[in-house]
Structures are given as structure tokens and as C-alpha cells.
Design a protein around this ligand. Structure first.
Ligand SMILES: *Cc1c(COP(=O)(O)O)cnc(C)c1O
Length: 498
């Protein structure tokens, strides 16, 4: 099993090299050169297994230079008691033909845990194989959930440091509290002036900053990434779509071979890309519905074939989806272009210089065969949360509500009644003020105290990691400028580089 780069397809690396390296040297993303195939029998054999066992089977197919024992050890370490559901990623029936895949039972109450609880283990094995003895510096730009989930995953991991940058104006109060109180001896957190795209651009520049790289080398360190561009982030996400399908088979909702649709609330395009990869492996997925909030770059892209970031950026009640540049789309385009890395490099260059690109008519046909886009604004999200709670007694978070609203529109427009799995990406308590407002409960209380109000209203319990936030010590209050000098200074200081 070999990997290549979206911008230079003569590159050949192993899974361990892709995971330890993060991004390809010329700026491309690592992609598998082929997709391991799941036969109907393979799927049937996964049905009676636990999440850990399903993960071990699926990941072994991709991690060619890991032994089966290494993969099993990573899965056991990741998907154990840190999840508050024995199923790890349970499927809940919302309606006839409509199911919610709850991806937020991990320690930070958001779907990023699904990948970030296992990434440190995959990374440790990968570094042992490719660069033994080196200290890894994980650098993260976050729109909120990634940062916290990465900090929790990597805290006190041996031979690892982790630095997280979050946009001052782009995370919820609860997300901010979760990050600034992070425990662990190897962690650093810094706010950055600007929005998520600014933070992501700044972090990308650090990765290739020759001064910083030289300073790291002098100190026996090297960068890697825990952002969703890292293959080690993406590959664990393929598992839960396959697992959800197995759960539907076990429940008798579908028979092996029956098609399902998948709806994903999308930001950086990692989660939905994993569903596409599951489809490429042979999982019977018909449509992939890509749900966006008011930042509907992807919706417009799926309609027109033009990806255009020349537009205003909106702060919404689903901040983890407030993104204009969806990095993982590059991987999809690479596969759909017939693995044409020159074409992809040209498109990404156009994105850099013009902030837009368009796909060829041939590629558009391919895209339409798999994907459909849709968007929902904040008012619609609030209405959806209230309606689903009142009619079905199920409390959605703001991100998942975007997906549910887009699914309702899709179903109304097409009449498509294929059994559907909607990815649910956060526990509603993570976005308490927006949820309370959606339910019509105006509150003056501080965000932390509003959780009790939501609990009184909705009757579901506050998850422990959020309930204990107010007794944690604040450790990180720095704010840095979003420029080379500001970010360099922060890295040197936090890593104590000489
Ligand atoms: C990260 C995140 C998303 C977006 O996922 P992508 O993989 O970036 O598309 C959606 N919802 C929540 C709650 C998230 O944390």
C-alpha cells in the first residue's frame, strides 16, 4: 500500500512516512494510490465485531507498513474507556429511514476525537519506523474543536510537543475555556488575531519557514501536523461510516449491498471525504450530501463547478464550519481528475493567486455522480433544532442541525427515500448558548452556567468533561499577531528553542 502526493504523483511513500510527515514537501496532500476493496462478505464479517475490531480490520488494509499487532494496539488504546459509549460511535434512529451517527462520545465531546484519540498512537509508531529518536512538534490551526481534541489526544504523549493556534474571533466560549485550561506538560495554546483561515494560513507558513525549521533541527525536533490534511487524521474517519453501515445491517434496517445516503456537516471537507473513501472501498453509498452553513463556498462549488473564496466570511452559530478554504477538497479533485497532479497543482496555484479555480466539465460530471451540496443559515438551524427537539425529543447541536436541514431540503427536492445516515459532529452542550436560544430560552447567564439551564429544559445530562470546566485552572492567555514575526516568536518561546 503506497501513497503519493496530489501535486506530484511521482512521489511514493509508505503510510508511516505519510503520517510522520504530515504534508508532502511540495505542498501537496498524501493520498492512497489505490483503495482496498470490501466485498459483501467482508462487510458481513464486520457486523458482529466491536468498534475496535472493525477499526483494526479496516485500518490494517491502509497501514501497509504497520503490523496487524501494531494496528490493534493503536485501536485498543484509542477506542476504550475515554469514550462514554461502549459502541464508540452509536447510530440513533431519528425517523423512518433517517439515522444519526453520533461521533461525539469522546473526551472533548466532538467528532474530532474519533481521529485524534488514535492519531498520537499512529504517529508514535510512524515516527519509530521513519525517524527514531526525533521529537515531534505538532502544530495545529483550529476553528475550535480540532485544537481541544488534538491537545487531549497528544497531551503527555512521549517525545511529542503540541502547539495550538486558535482565532480570537472564531471559537465559542466553551471551546475557548476547554483550550485555555488544557492540562499536560507538553502543550502550548495561543490565540491569534484574525479568523480561522488566517490561523490556517499562518500555520501553513510556519511549516515551511526555513528559520523555524533550522531552529527545530538544532533542538532535535521536527514539525508534523494533526490537522485534517494529515493522512493519520483521515484514515480513522473511514471506519465509522463502515461501522454505521454494519450497525444498520445488524438492526435489520438494510441488507448487505443495499445503498444508503450519507449527509455530513462540512468545513474542511475531511469528514465527508472519509465517506467518499468508504464508498471507493465498496461501501454501498449512493449520494454524499455536503451540508454547509452560511459560508456556502462548497454549495456553490457543487452547483457551478467553480470554487470561489472571493466572498465575505461569516461568523455563524456553527463555528467549526466557518471555513472558506476546504483543504481536503484537493484530495477529492485529485482522484476525480484521473490522478492528474499537474492539473491539481495548477488549480491550487489559481486558488492561491486568484482565490478561485474551476473544474473541467469531465470532472464536474464525476462530482455530480457522487455529491450534492446544500446550505442552511443560522435562522434555519435554530428552527431545525427546536422542531426536532419538540417533535422527536432529540437535541441536535448547531453543526448537526445544518446537516439535518440540508437533508430535509434534499429529500423534499428529490423524493429520495434511501436510508440515510447523518453525521452528528458535536454534543449539543458544546454550543449551549446557541441551543438555548434556538429553544426559545433567552439567557443572561455566563456560557458555563447556561449548561444547567439547558439541562433543566432538555433533560439530558451535561457531559463530564464540560461540567468540570469551571474548576480548571486557566493556563494560556497569550494573543499573537497573525504575521510571521508574531507566530515565529510564539513558537520559539513555547518550545524554548535555542
Ligand atoms: C470539524 C467539525 C466539522 C467539520 O468537519 P470537516 O472534516 O472539517 O469537514 C463539523 N462539525 C464539527 C462540530 C466539527 O468540529
Amino acid at each position: 500500500m503506497r501513497y503519493t502526493s496530489t501535486r506530484n504523483n511521482s512521489i511514493r511513500v509508505t503510510a508511516a512516512q505519510a503520517i510522520a510527515g504530515g504534508i508532502s514537501p511540495e505542498g501537496g496532500l498524501y493520498v492512497p494510490m489505490e483503495f482496498p476493496q470490501l466485498t459483501a462478505e467482508d462487510i458481513q464479517n464486520l457486523v458482529p465485531l466491536s468498534y475496535r475490531e472493525r477499526a483494526t480490520r479496516v485500518l490494517s488494509r491502509y497501514l501497509g507498513d504497520f503490523t496487524e499487532e501494531e494496528v490493534a494496539a493503536c485501536c485498543t488504546a484509542a477506542y476504550g474507556e475515554r469514550f462514554d459509549s461502549a459502541a464508540v460511535a452509536p447510530v440513533v434512529k431519528l425517523d423512518e429511514g433517517c439515522h444519526v451517527l453520533e461521533l461525539w462520545h469522546g473526551p472533548t465531546c466532538a467528532f474530532k476525537d474519533m481521529a485524534l484519540q488514535i492519531l498520537p498512537h499512529l504517529m508514535r509508531v510512524s515516527v519509530e519506523k521513519t525517524a527514531p529518536g526525533q521529537q515531534i512538534v505538532i502544530l495545529v490551526a483550529t476553528s475550535g474543536d480540532t485544537g481541544k481534541a488534538a491537545l487531549e489526544g497528544f497531551r503527555d504523549a512521549p517525545n511529542t510537543r503540541i502547539l495550538v493556534f486558535y482565532p480570537v474571533d472564531g471559537v465559542s466560549e466553551m471551546q475557548r475555556l476547554q483550550m485555555i485550561t488544557q492540562e499536560g506538560d507538553n502543550v502550548g495554546v495561543c490565540a491569534i488575531r484574525g479568523n480561522f483561515d488566517d490561523a490556517q494560513t499562518g500555520v501553513k507558513a510556519l511549516f515551511t519557514d526555513s528559520d523555524v525549521i533550522a531552529a527545530l533541527e538544532r533542538n532535535g525536533m521536527r514539525f508534523s501536523s494533526a490537522n485534517s490534511i494529515n493522512w493519520g487524521r483521515l484514515v480513522p474517519q473511514i471506519v465509522y461510516y463502515i461501522s454505521a453501515y454494519c450497525d444498520l445491517v445488524a438492526a435489520g434496517t438494510v441488507a448487505v449491498g443495499d445503498a444508503i445516503n450519507v449527509v455530513v456537516p462540512t468545513g474542511n471537507f475531511g469528514n465527508i471525504l472519509a465517506a467518499y473513501y468508504a464508498k471507493q472501498m465498496g461501501l454501498p453509498i449512493a449520494k454524499l450530501v455536503c451540508a454547509s452553513n452560511r459560508n456556502r463556498v462548497l454549495t456553490d462549488f457543487f452547483e457551478s463547478g467553480v470554487y470561489d473564496c472571493n466572498r465575505p466570511f461569516f461568523t455563524t452559530t456553527s463555528p467549526s464550519m466557518d471555513i472558506l478554504v476546504s483543504s481536503n477538497l484537493e484530495r477529492l479533485l485529485y482522484h476525480l481528475s484521473g490522478e492528474n497532479s499537474e492539473e491539481i497543482a495548477a488549480m491550487m496555484n489559481s486558488l492561491k493567486t486568484e482565490r478561485k479555480y474551476s473544474v473541467s466539465p469531465e470532472m464536474k460530471v464525476q462530482i455530480d455522480a457522487h455529491f450534492v451540496g446544500g446550505s442552511a443559515d443560522d435562522a434555519r438551524v435554530a428552527k431545525t433544532i427546536k422542531q426536532v427537539f419538540e417533535e422527536k425529543g432529540y437535541l441536535l447541536d448547531t453543526h448537526t442541525a445544518v446537516a439535518v436541514a440540508v437533508y430535509e431540503d434534499y429529500r423534499a427536492a428529490t423524493g429520495d427515500t434511501t436510508p440515510t445516515v447523518i453525521a452528528s459532529t458535536a454534543n449539543p452542550y458544546k454550543f449551549t448558548p446557541s441551543i438555548l436560544a434556538a429553544l426559545g430560552c433567552e439567557s443572561e447567564a455566563a456560557p458555563y452556567d447556561q449548561m444547567q439551564e439547558l439541562c433543566d429544559k432538555a433533560g439530558c445530562s451535561i457531559p463530564e468533561p464540560l461540567a468540570s470546566l469551571n474548576v480548571k485552572r486557566v493556563r494560556f492567555t497569550d494573543v499573537c499577531n497573525n504575521d510571521t514575526a508574531g507566530m515565529q516568536e510564539t513558537v520559539y518561546r513555547m518550545l524554548e528553542l535555542r
